[in-house]
Design a protein around this ligand. Structure first.
Ligand code: DSN
Length: 421
């Protein structure tokens, strides 16, 4: 196992990490993640646990939650979800009944499995209706409003894994609330950009906000659910006629435990708290803005190199490339770039004629390389190296040469210089 971890360390150090949902955490986050928090059981909430010996865990979880509230401007944060999918599952469990109607963005158009995809729990146990983008790759809010009025879902999800533009949270909230639906913003991808005040927040528009903590937010793998209001005593049942909208924190907390999960992963909670502390510092705002500047620089370079970007560019940390005009599939591009130490993932593009396992595009994001210190000029070099790889996709020698250039640029921006395996 040690040699495998060393192999992964070398891979992360020696290549361009361009998967839009990945990042490099700080050594403080790593330290908390590898801590003795993992030894402890602590079912329940701060101050109301089902196991003894939780006086320090209460402080750890309390600090993480209070930092989340401050960072995102919300009244309540549950930091216990194991990851993004369980967090979304908890929202369904808290607010809906089996078979209720939900609406989310279709997976082919950049949506997430848990937003109602048919073979996911969310599409199997709920009546899922999906919305799509237009042929331009952009959300069409008028079309969405019409569909929501016709379908009258009980919950409308906003959020995606491959949408390169900003959301109109205000408009989506109005659309959902006009039919009395809950509006849930899944900000997993953009959380760090929102925390760093580089893009607008759904706070004040969404009833519930879910997020992972390991993408742009640069924390450990984990998740949070946020909303407004104060939870009631977790040990007292809610009255049968309690208004769910006035009891969101209680319903969310109880869906996490005892509804779905057991003991929280306290080492992860500690690491989330450390990452949130980092995100509260002014430097993080610079980081968030630089992610977007880097994405713009990379997207402009790729457009100059003849690549077709869904929606024509990006406003956030990621871009989606439709490779059809290059005569290359997403899988072929992912494989060739991988040989050059450039890690990306294949991805469907809106109205894709291919399948998610063998799609027409690739998704590229800048959070990890921005953490490493890359700026606009380096991102231009990254774009040229990507372009070169695709142009020489069958030429092993040329790709070997590109890999050398990738490694040289990586060496200029050392990753974890104080860590060794
Ligand atoms: N797997 C995540 C992503 O790559 O966007 C979504 O859950």
């Amino acid at each position: 196992m040690h040699s495998f971890l060393k192999g992964e360390f070398d891979r992360q150090r020696d290549g361009f990490e361009l998967i839009a949902s990945e990042n490099y955490v700080s050594t403080s986050v790593l330290e908390a993640l590898g801590s003795i928090g993992t030894n402890k059981y602590s079912e329940g909430m701060v101050g109301k646990r089902y196991y003894g010996g939780n006086e320090w865990i209460d402080k750890i979880e309390g600090l993480a939650a209070s930092r989340a509230k401050k960072l995102f401007g919300v009244d309540h944060a549950n930091v216990q979800p194991y990851s993004g999918s369980p967090a979304n599952q908890a929202v369904y469990f808290a607010l809906l009944n089996h078979g209720d109607k939900v609406m989310g963005l279709n997976l082919f158009f950049g949506g997430h499995l848990t937003h109602g995809w048919k073979i996911n729990f969310s599409g199997k146990y709920f009546d899922s209706v999906q919305y799509k983008t237009g042929t331009d790759g952009l959300l069409d809010y008028d079309a969405l409003e019409k569909q929501v009025k016709e379908e009258r879902p009980k919950l409308l999800f906003c959020g995606a894994t491959a949408y390169p533009r900003l959301y109109d949270y205000k408009r989506m909230g109005e659309i959902a609330h006009a039919v009395d639906a809950y509006f849930v913003a899944d900000i997993a991808h953009e959380a760090g950009l929102i925390a760093g005040k580089a893009i607008p927040s759904p706070a004040g528009h969404a009833d519930v906000i879910t997020t992972t903590t390991h993408k742009t937010l640069r924390g450990p793998r984990g998740a949070m659910i946020m909303c407004n209001g104060e939870p009631s005593n977790p040990l007292k049942p809610l009255p049968k006629d309690a208004d769910p909208r006035k009891n969101l924190p209680t319903l969310i907390d109880r869906a996490i435990f005892p509804g779905l999960q057991g003991g929280p992963h306290n080492h992860t909670t500690a690491a989330i708290g450390v990452a949130l502390g980092e995100a509260l510092r002014p430097e993080f705002q610079q980081y968030a803005k630089q992610i977007i500047r880097n994405a713009k620089s990379l997207s402009e370079t790729l457009i100059d190199e003849g690549f077709e970007l869904v929606s024509g560019g990006t406003d956030n940390h990621l871009m989606l490339i439709d490779l059809t005009n290059k005569g290359v599939t997403g899988q072929e591009a992912e494989d060739a770039l991988g040989l050059a130490n450039i890690t990306v993932n294949k991805n469907t593009v809106p109205w894709d004629k291919r399948t998610p396992y063998d799609p027409s595009g690739i998704r590229i994001g800048t959070p990890a390389l921005t953490t490493r210190g890359f700026k606009e000029s380096e991102m231009k070099q990254v774009g040229i190296l990507i372009s070169s790889t695709i142009r020489n996709i069958k030429d092993k020698e040329k790709i070997e040469g590109i890999k050398k250039s990738v490694m040289e640029l990586c060496e200029e921006f050392p990753l974890y210089p104080d860590l060794s395996y």
